[in-house]
Design a protein. Structure first.
Length: 245
């Protein structure tokens, strides 16, 4: 009854000292770079783009319903106007309309464009954590420059790539492959953030993984080829969470 208490055991010693704790497993990131689309991902600018296109087409007596905008979202302006010129037999060519739309858009952007949730905090955090960041957009360089400047996030993106001037626009992978080349990162180590189906398809064609964050205009599009579907950039942290190996 009430047997003798067992003396507390001391840690086993090795080489004259207490055994060290087991080594921590290395943390491995899945990605080295994050490549962002711009319109509908960083800036809530898709409604502005739709309004400008509608106004331009209305001058020719042509309607531009939401379903047509959804069909073309993610295209370069030149590619979009080539489709619309052929479809509606417009008297002006696609090049002229693209130049006109660029001027109208830059003028509107300088009046202000809303940032989407997570801007600037999410890209700022990623940059601080050592991720290489880029913008890869179908918009022309003037629109990219104006948008990033108005949002105050241009310094966060040392690499910006416009699909204008490349051989092919989205859904071809050219703009994302060029971004990876300029970042000096293998495509498989890049994560793309997109809001449109054409953009998602371009990312997958580039051999990259993709997180789709639909905006109001693209909520009804089929984005199932994406690896993840998020509600906002604020959820991106769970995609980038490092895993222990």
């Amino acid at each position: 009854m009430g047997g003798a208490r067992r003396a507390p055991q001391t840690p086993r010693r090795f080489g004259g000292g207490v055994n060290p704790p087991p080594p921590r497993l290395p943390v491995v990131r899945a990605f080295d770079a994050v490549i962002f689309d711009m319109d509908g991902v960083l800036a809530d600018s898709e409604p502005m783009h739709r309004e400008i296109t509608r106004a331009m087409l209305a001058a020719y007596g042509v309607a531009h319903p939401d379903e047509v905008e959804e069909e073309l979202v993610g295209f370069r302006d030149l590619d979009m106007f080539r489709v619309l010129c052929e479809r509606h037999r417009l008297p002006d060519d696609a090049e002229t309309l693209t130049e006109r739309r660029t001027a109208l858009t830059v003028a509107r952007i300088t009046q202000g464009v809303p940032a989407l949730p997570g801007i600037p905090d999410v890209p700022a955090r990623l940059a601080a954590e050592g991720y290489r960041l880029a913008v890869a957009s179908s918009s022309c360089p003037e629109i990219i420059e104006a948008t990033l400047a108005v949002l105050g996030i241009a310094p966060l993106f040392p690499v910006t790539v416009s699909a204008v001037g490349l051989a092919r626009g989205k859904p071809a992978p050219d703009v994302f492959l060029e971004a990876a080349r300029r970042l000096s990162v293998t495509p498989t180590r890049c994560l793309v953030i997109e809001d449109s189906r054409h953009g998602v398809l371009a990312a997958k064609a580039a051999g990259m993984r993709c997180a789709a964050i639909p905006c109001g205009l693209t909520l009804n599009l089929d984005l199932t080829p994406a690896d993840w579907r998020l509600n906002s950039l604020l959820e991106l942290v769970r995609v980038l969470e490092p895993e222990e190996t």
